[in-house]
Design a protein around this ligand. Structure first.
Ligand code: SF4
Length: 483
């Protein structure tokens, strides 16, 4: 998962892109980068670094990045050192295109082979690079320079025919003699994208609307999966139709990934998480549990926990305090070290826990390891009972569309079979909880209320993957076990 920003303006864009990237920092802390283009489209500058935005990009970098058109990117973390050559944005010399994306291409190896046959070789293992090469190659096959929107549309269609999977792409190039920002999504619109405008004629494209808020942009639209949007400073957006297959936006963005103050698929993320909590309250109530207090696992579960507390007429308490500065926990060599890492991240408040029957609310269970440790920490702190409430269904299938959650064999819920009740009973025992309540897929759909990808819950992938692509993605994940 990643976050992107594209800005076209009458003035210098790099300082504002830097601010917008910080608003999207939750979407990736592995690396950050900004690239800009001068108005003539003759000078491109890129600065990329490892770590969070302030660590990756210095004041000097921002001063060097000149021009009224630029894009920025934050990359999702992996365990171990990030690799600078995979940091975005990417640049292709001919005819001069900058590109960044959020998503996951499922046919990366086939793309690499196909490009190699054309003597186009990749410098990274980042999957935006083959998309950029396909677009640039298609542009250059039409003509060597002086491209216009019609050329770009043909090239975008060719690129989309070549690449598979999920993507929200932002590209910057000169078209019809003007600095132009282009936004394109995959045919199902799996990954999010939003566009905003400002009174000074600037346009901002971003993964989430919080980036627009940070810079005072008015939210205009979410580009559809069936269109390419071209943006130029001071001019109305130009939209052209593309083939699409019906929207299937990622529901996991609403459950876990996006910031609660973002608006996505026309709905506030906070509002959806609250609605998920309301639905979950119905199932919890049916179980007639003896409960004293609702405690969220910070931070994502707070809106759903608030809805549960309200619906069940229970007090809501912060029983776990999150350390904002703990950073990443690398692979820990011993159980003691792992416990210390968790206590560094989450510390219990004994006064809210001791002797109480707790409804502990979390967004999802992927591997279950952290939740198991949280439950054992709460027991050690003196909780009388721990009942888990999860505001999503059991995660039973890996994501191949850009959320690097796990391989099939690592998914906690796959260990259990039977009805939802059977899974809840066995999963609670495995985690050391007194009970567990998941949201059913039907209840999740009632809260979300719209077309969606929920393949990690129901296995219904918007775009079928062949076995070779699945195996390749799974083996890559096994070789980065900490993700
Ligand atoms: S499989 Fe899950 S995480 Fe992946 S795009 Fe679909 S809903 Fe989102």
């Amino acid at each position: 998962m990643c976050g992107f920003v594209g800005l076209v303006s009458q003035g210098e864009v790099a300082p504002e892109i830097y601010v917008a990237l910080q608003a999207l920092q939750h979407r990736g802390q592995d690396s950050a980068g900004i690239a800009t283009m001068n108005p003539e489209g003759t000078r491109f500058t890129a600065r990329r670094g490892l770590g969070t935005v302030p660590r990756a990009l210095s004041d000097e970098d921002i001063a060097t990045l000149r021009g009224p058109l630029g894009i920025g990117h934050v990359r999702y973390p992996t365990i171990g050192d990030g690799v600078l050559e995979d940091a975005q944005p990417f640049f292709y010399r001919q005819p001069g295109v900058l590109m960044a994306h959020n998503g996951g291409l499922t046919n990366y190896d086939a793309l690499r082979a196909s490009l190699a046959e054309r003597s186009i070789h990749l410098l990274s293992s980042c999957d935006v690079e083959p998309a950029l090469c396909e677009l640039s190659d298609a542009l250059m096959r039409r003509q060597r320079s002086g491209h216009g929107i019609e050329d770009a549309l043909v090239a975008i269609r060719e690129m989309r025919a070549a690449i598979r999977g999920s993507y929200s792409i932002v590209a910057a190039l000169r078209l019809d003699g003007e600095p132009t920002l282009v936004v394109v999504r995959d045919p199902h619109g799996i990954r999010p994208a939003v566009i905003g405008r400002r009174a000074d004629g600037s346009y901002l494209a971003a993964s989430e609307s919080v980036a627009l808020d940070a810079l005072g942009f008015e939210r205009m639209a979410e580009p559809g999966p069936d269109e390419a949007v071209f943006l130029r400073a001071g001019k109305p957006p130009i939209r052209h139709g593309l083939a699409a297959e019906g929207p299937r936006p990622c529901i996991f963005e609403h459950i876990y990934f996006a910031r609660p103050d973002s608006v996505m698929n026309g709905r506030g993320v906070y509002e959806v998480r609250f609605a998920l909590g309301r639905q979950l309250a119905t199932r919890v109530r049916e179980k007639r549990l003896a409960l004293d207090v609702v405690i969220p696992v910070p931070d994502t579960a707070r809106p759903a926990a608030t809805a549960l507390a309200e619906s069940l007429a229970l007090p809501l308490r912060e029983g776990l305090i999150k350390n904002r500065y703990s950073g990443r926990t690398f692979i820990m060599p011993s159980d003691l070290a792992r416990k210390a890492a968790l206590r560094l991240k989450l510390n219990p408040l004994p006064r809210e826990i001791e002797g109480r029957s707790i409804l502990l609310v979390d967004d999802s269970i992927v591997r279950g390891t952290t939740l198991q440790r949280v439950i054992s920490m709460l027991r050690e702190t003196g909780a009388a009972a721990i009942h888990l409430a999860i505001h999503s269904p059991p995660v039973k299938h890996p994501c191949y569309y850009g959320i690097d959650m796990s391989t099939e064999e690592e998914l906690f819920a796959r260990r259990f079979t039977g009805s939802l009740g059977d899974v809840e009973r066995d999963a609670a025992a495995a985690l050391g909880a007194d009970s567990l309540t998941y949201l059913s897929v039907e209840a999740m759909d009632q809260a979300f209320d719209g077309p969606r990808c929920a393949a990690c819950f129901d296995g219904d992938y918007p775009e079928p993957l062949d076995a070779t692509d699945r195996d390749l993605i799974a083996s890559e994940r096994r070789s980065s076990p900490g993700r």
